[in-house]
Design a binder for this molecule. Structure first.
Ligand code: F0G
Length: 489
């Protein structure tokens, strides 16, 4: 069609229609109070069938397309040399540009291999904010993570368009202090999950890469949400409006030596990941490790059908209309909350809306885990499941064993890709806006069980006062959907 005759695009709409549906279960407030108490006030420990709208994570929760499901039938389940592996390898080369692909069961499988192969005890790994599993693997290999993200990243209200940027002065200081030979690689996140899904600009990626290369330091990308990062570069950074998502993704990767990938996010699959590198020798060593920990080097932890679905998912993920609708939905929810005065991390990021729990619950001190408390209260109010991203996730310092209290104390409302509708966003916002009005009824939490590592997954808590996280109310919800949310209260 001639471009003059096309209708100018205004707002986004989902670039797909729904072929199959999965019913959602409504619960009563009494049921939810029981469920969250049984789960030790940790949303990770809820049973999914007790959840109404599940915004725990965008990891492995996306809806696959009809083409991907068709691809599942084309799985070649040979133990060795599955054709789906070669297709995946080719697709990764085309879109991410890396020479070698080592498939793994998910992202942390790749992080394990990369950390063990590159980090020696006493090494320092700088990066633009930590991620939980990534840092744990770096620490388990004897390294220490050092955060060199810009200061703006720690301020939820600051509207910097690229809050994921690296502070080059901080990075230089780390290099001067510990010496390049103690830095096995720079850990580059695009987007930055723990910082609210905030992007890093191409200008900053280029400069960071240059600085690392000048010192002979390798740079590995956590490519988990690099497609979403490419979208922000296209829409926010000067000079990129006319470039495709695929082209921006390829350039992003070209400034690095390889990547770890959780395919459960951008790649639109329910399971899978990979390590991709350019270095022949590192690839060879990684293949030796993958056969010990994951599976043969031509399947890692994935079935043939999983690799086929991932190859197709990568192709779909870089389509502009897909990413625009994906990020558009996040923005929609964020704008609704912001307009109603709910404190959120701004600007909204790529994969979710992050509530600023410190501003939301000023009466709950950080030592009583405001994000954990808010996530539990939200579940009680409406059955919406969110995730704590604050002090519980940050864990304890490896040297002092003291709690780490990060500046960002957030509750993540993470949107699975292609799963929920705008009406689901509306009811979610209604619950949160209402909760904000009655926030003084939410109390803090204390540990009753604290696992040694990645404690947020399995920790248990109890309310610091009484036995309820959210004191009773007698129904002051608004909106058409309030009846559902309130049912049985
Ligand atoms: N890197 C980032 C940036 C991630 O967000 C995740 C997972 C991983 C690595 C690890 O990948 O789960 O496939 O082993 N993030 C999930 C989340 C768990 O909910 O944010 P994985």
């Amino acid at each position: 069609m001639n471009s003059n005759t096309t209708i100018p695009r205004r707002s986004w709409a989902e670039p797909y229609k729904i072929k199959m549906v999965e019913p959602l279960k409504m619960t009563t407030r009494a049921q939810r109070e029981r469920a969250i108490a049984e789960a030790g006030f940790n949303t990770f420990l809820l049973r999914s069938e007790d959840v109404y709208i599940d915004l725990l994570t965008d990891s492995g929760t996306s809806a696959m397309s009809d083409l991907q499901w068709a691809g599942m039938m084309r799985g070649d389940e040979a133990y060795a040399g599955s054709r789906n592996f070669y297709r995946l390898e080719e697709t990764i080369r085309r879109y991410y540009g890396f020479k070698h692909t080592i498939p793994t069961h998910q992202g942390r499988g790749a992080e394990h291999i990369l950390s063990q192969l590159t980090i020696r005890p006493g090494d320092v790994v700088p990066g633009n904010m930590y991620f939980t599993t990534t840092r744990l693997h770096q620490e388990m290999a004897g390294g220490a993570f050092v955060d060199v993200i810009i200061d703006e990243a720690h301020d939820p209200a600051c509207k910097h368009p690229f809050k994921g940027n690296v502070d080059l002065a901080k990075l230089k200081r780390v290099i001067d202090e510990v010496g390049a030979e103690r830095i096995p690689y720079f850990c580059l996140h695009a987007t930055v999950n723990m910082g609210g899904g905030q992007p890093i600009s191409m200008g900053n990626i280029r400069e960071t890469s240059q600085l690392c290369r000048n010192h002979g330091i390798k740079i590995f990308l956590d490519a988990t949400r690099a497609v979403e990062n490419a979208y922000f570069i296209k829409t926010r950074e000067e000079g990129f409006a006319d470039r495709t998502i695929a082209d921006i993704l390829l350039e992003t990767c070209s400034h690095t030596d390889g990547c770890t990938m959780s395919g459960k996010k951008d790649c639109l699959v329910n399971i899978g990941g990979f390590l991709a590198v350019n270095d022949d020798e590192l690839a060879d060593r990684a293949r030796n490790m993958v056969v010990a920990f994951e599976g043969l080097h031509t399947y890692g932890g994935m079935a043939g059908r999983d690799m086929e679905a991932m190859a197709l998912g990568i192709e779909e993920s870089v389509e502009y209309d897909h990413v625009r609708a994906r990020v558009g939905q996040v923005e929609y929810l964020g704008n609704l909350l912001h307009r109603h005065g709910v404190p959120i991390m701004r600007p909204t990021g790529g994969h979710g809306v992050f509530l600023d729990a410190r501003a939301f619950l000023p009466h709950v001190p950080q030592s009583q885990f405001p994000s954990q408390s808010l996530a539990a209260a939200l579940y009680v109010d409406s059955g919406v499941r969110a995730m704590e991203r604050g002090a519980v996730s940050a864990g304890r310092d490896t040297q002092t064993n003291e709690n780490r209290f990060p500046q960002l104390e957030l509750v993540r409302l993470t949107l699975p890709r292609r799963v929920y509708t705008q009406a689901h966003m509306d009811v979610t916002a209604e619950s949160i806006i209402d909760l904000f009005k009655k926030r003084d009824r939410i109390c803090g939490l204390e540990f009753t069980y604290e696992p040694e590592t990645l404690r947020f997954f399995r920790a248990r808590f109890q309310p610091v006062t009484g036995n309820k996280i959210l004191q009773d109310d007698y129904g002051n919800l608004h909106g058409e959907n309030a009846a559902y949310i309130q049912s049985g209260a």
